[in-house]
Design a protein around this ligand. Sequence first.
Ligand code: MG
Length: 259
Amino acid sequence: MITRKSPGEIEKMRRAGRIVAEVLALIESELKPGVSTGDLDRLAEQHIRAAGAVPSFKGYLGAGRYGKGPHAFPASTCISIDSEVVHGIPGDRIIRDGSIVSVDVGAILDGWHGDGARTFVVGAVPAATQDLVGATRLAMMAGIGAAQPGARVEDISAAVQDVGRARGYGIVRPFVGHGIGTKMHEDPQVPNYRTGRRGDELKPGMCLAIEPMFTLGSGDVYVEEDGWTVRTADEALAAHFEHTIAITDNGPQILTTIL
Ligand code: MG
């Protein structure tokens, strides 16, 4: 069931989204060679809690994998490096020059969720890597632009897919965007590729997380034995961008922003 949020509820989601954007800006400023992913995660959690919010990923129950059964995500952010796509677990790993680092942040404020992600480039990377990161962000923005009242979920999917396909990138299919509100994952699903179905009509008050994941390879992925980390099957680099948006009478509005 798709829920539609009132203008007042959207304002509450905007406050949660602003905290997410602040954390991503903080991580961008602290992300340099020599820092550990665990250090970045601690900074993120401190900022979220100081803002009166709760990190939504911490304790989030994932599907049982590798005989472990359902298990809780142990950190406040997902930090995924190079060929890791999403859901990387922060820890002792040290950020190195020339890496790309995807950071996903979720915060709950007064019961309302914000969810956002960016891929950061550390130091100098090849032009092809820079292009992957830029195009993944562009695909997210194209998807947001397609999220107009009266359009369909498939219009978002098509806009995202077209950016990736024009450049020959792999498009990660098992993980998709989603509705968001008082739960992190609500209906509808928002695939990053055409499904051949028009999907639900987009109406004012619907809030979505739009989050393309592109790779320099096939787009095939697997989950590592930690039960969380999603990595490209061919070890190709992957990028991930995500904004939480609200669909309004005037078009889409980005909620995970400091502005
Ligand atoms: Mg999300």
